[in-house]
Design a protein around this ligand. Structure first.
Ligand SMILES: *Cc1c(COP(=O)(O)O)cnc(C)c1O
Length: 471
C-alpha cells in the first residue's frame, strides 16, 4: 500500500528526485521501520535524508556537508566513496557475482581473505568462518562454543558470562549477550545460560570513592571469578567482552583489567572471547583490540571495519584447538549462511584490509592521526560542560555534566546528549549520544586539517548546548 498523500509516484525516475527531501521523508515514514527508534516520534520529526559520502564527509538532500565523526556506525575506516573499492566490487560482480561454499566448493576471494585475516590475528587464531553481520558472527560463535564443549565430552559446560552494559548485537543470541536491559525486556530475553556481571569496568562511573584504579580493576575481575564459582567452573563455557566497550557507553577498561580476566579464564578452563566488531581493523591502534590491551583470546568475532562498511561481512576467528576439534569430528557442522564467504563481499573486504595496511592507517599514519585526535579530544576537557574525556586510538568519548567536581549530571538523563547531538548535526558534524555521553569514532583517513575542523565545530556545538542548558 502507498500513502494517499499525493507525494508518492513510484514510476518517476529516482535520479530526478535525488534532492527531493519531502518526497523521501514521506515514503520513509509510510513504509520503513528504522532500527532503534521510537517510531511515532521519528515520524513527527522526519528523518534526515543522506545522499552522498566522500572521504570523511556526508551530504544530505538539502546540500549540507557534514563531517562524520562516527565513521557511519564505527565502520568506515577508509572513508566514504573510495573509487578503488568500487572498481573491485564491480570486477568481482562481473567475474563471479555469487557462489556459496556449502558443497565442497570455494572461491579465490574467500580463500585469500581467510589467509589474510589469519595473518593479522594474533598467535593461533588461524581459522575463519564468515557471516554478514556482527550479530550473526556472535550467534555463530555461541554455537561453536557449545559444540566445542560437547565434542570435548563436557556437555554441561554451557554458561556464557558477559557484562552489564555490553553491546554484542541484536539477533537472539547476540541480544542475550548484550547487557542492556531495554534490549531484553520487550523481547523476553536473555536466553537461558547467558549471565551478566557488574560492575561494568568503567572507573569514572563505577569506581568507589577512595578506590584506586588498580583496586577497581581487581574488583571487576573478582566479580568474574565469583560468578564462575557460583555457577560452578564445570558449567561455564566462555567469557565474552569487547576490549573497549562501545555502544553501551564507550568505556575504557581500567589498567590491568584484561590481564586479570585472562588469568581467571585460564584458571577455570573458560574460553576467552573477544568481540572485536568495533575494536578490530585499527580502531584502537592495532589490528585488534586484544593486541592493544595485551591479552590472548581463544575466539574473536569481527565485522564493521573489516569491509569499512562498503558491503556486509563478518567473521568468527577460532584458535587451532577449537577449530581442529571441530575439523576432526565426524559430525556435519550443520551451521552456515547462504552468504557465508560471499565472493563480492570477500573481495571488497580483502582490498579494504590491504589498503588499511598499504596506507599505514594501521601503522605509522594511523598512530600520527590518533595522537592528534586524542590531543583534540583532551582539549575539550576545559569546556565547562565536559566532565571527562577519554579515548584510545580513534575512539573517544566525552561526558556532559552539570558540575565537573561532583560529576553531577543534567536532568532528565539524555536531554543534554540529545541537545548536543542536535547542535552538532546542524553545525555540520556528527557525534553520537548515548545518555549524556557523546561518542567519536572518525574514519581512520581523517587528516589533521579535518580534525581541526571537526573539533572546532564540536566546540561551537558545546557552546550552544551550554547556553541552552543554562537558560
Ligand atoms: C555493532 C556491534 C555488533 C553487532 O554488529 P551488527 O553488524 O550490527 O549485527 C556486535 N558487537 C559489537 C561490539 C558491536 O559494536
Amino acid at each position: 500500500m502507498t500513502p494517499d498523500n499525493g507525494t508518492t509516484s513510484h514510476s518517476a525516475p529516482i535520479m530526478d528526485q535525488a534532492h527531493d527531501t519531502t518526497h523521501y521523508q514521506a515514503l520513509d515514514n509510510a513504509h520503513h521501520l528504522h532500527p532503534f527508534s521510537v517510531h511515532h516520534e521519528l515520524r513527527q520529526q522526519n528523518p534526515r535524508v543522506i545522499t552522498k559520502g566522500k572521504g570523511v564527509y556526508l551530504w544530505d538532500s538539502e546540500g549540507n556537508r557534514i563531517i562524520d565523526g562516527m565513521a557511519g556506525l564505527w565502520c568506515t575506516q577508509i572513508g566514504f566513496g573510495v573509487e578503488e573499492l568500487a572498481d573491485i566490487a564491480s570486477d568481482a560482480i562481473k567475474s563471479l557475482s555469487y557462489y556459496n561454499t556449502f558443497f565442497q566448493t570455494t572461491t579465490p576471494a574467500v580463500a585469500d581473505l581467510s589467509a589474510l585475516i589469519a595473518e593479522k590475528t594474533p598467535a593461533d587464531l588461524n581459522q575463519l568462518f564468515f557471516a554478514s553481520s556482527g550479530s550473526e558472527a556472535n550467534d555463530s560463535a555461541i554455537k561453536f562454543i557449545w559444540y566445542y564443549w560437547n565434542l570435548k565430552g563436557k556437555p554441561r559446560k554451557k554458561a556464557i558470562i558477559s557484562r552489564e552494559r555490553a553491546y554484542h548485537g541484536t539477533t537472539i543470541g547476540a541480544a542475550s549477550l548484550t547487557g542492556l536491559p531495554f534490549m531484553h525486556d520487550i523481547f523476553d530475553l536473555p536466553l537461558p545460560n547467558i549471565h551478566h556481571i557488574g560492575p561494568t569496568p568503567h572507573y569514572y562511573e563505577y569506581g568507589n570513592e577512595n578506590e584506586s584504579e588498580a583496586d577497581f580493576a581487581a574488583r571487576c575481575a573478582k566479580s568474574l571469578e565469583d560468578k564462575i564459582l557460583e555457577l560452578g567452573p564445570e558449567n561455564v563455557a566462555a567469557f565474552i567482552g569487547e576490549p573497549v566497550m562501545g555502544a553501551g557507553g564507550l568505556m575504557i577498561p581500567p589498567e590491568g583489567y584484561w590481564q586479570q580476566i585472562e588469568a581467571i579464564c585460564r584458571k577455570y578452563n573458560v574460553l576467552l572471547w573477544s568481540d572485536e566488531v568495533i575494536c578490530g581493523f585499527g580502531r584502537t591502534g592495532s589490528w585488534f583490540g586484544c593486541q592493544t590491551y595485551g591479552f590472548m583470546p581463544d575466539i574473536m568475532t569481527m565485522a564493521k571495519g573489516m569491509s569499512s562498511g562498503y558491503v556486509p561481512i563478518s567473521a568468527v576467528a577460532l584458535n587451532d584447538e577449537i577449530a581442529n576439534t571441530i575439523v576432526q569430528s565426524n559430525d556435519e557442522m550443520a551451521h552456515g549462511f547462504t552468504y557465508s564467504g560471499h565472493p563480492v563481499a570477500c573481495s571488497v573486504a580483502l582490498r579494504n584490509i590491504q589498503l588499511l595496511e598499504e596506507m599505514e592507517l594501521v601503522g605509522a599514519r594511523g598512530d600520527k592521526t590518533s595522537a592528534c585526535f586524542q590531543a583534540g579530544l583532551a582539549s575539550l576537557e576545559s569546556h565547562p560542560l565536559v566532565g571527562q574525556t577519554r579515548g584510545v586510538g580513534m575512539l573517544g568519548a566525552l561526558e556532559l555534566v552539570k558540575d565537573k567536581d561532583s560529576k553531577k549530571r543534567f536532568e532528565p538523563d539524555g536531554h543534554a546528549g540529545a541537545t548536543c547531538r542536535h547542535f552538532c548535526f546542524s553545525s555540520g558534524v556528527i557525534m553520537r549520544a548515548v545518555g549524556d555521553t557523546m561518542f567519536l569514532s572518525p574514519p581512520l583517513v581523517i587528516t589533521e586539517n579535518e580534525l581541526d575542523e571537526m573539533f572546532s565545530l564540536i566546540r561551537k556545538s558545546l557552546d550552544k548546548t551550554y547556553a541552552v542548558l543554562n537558560e
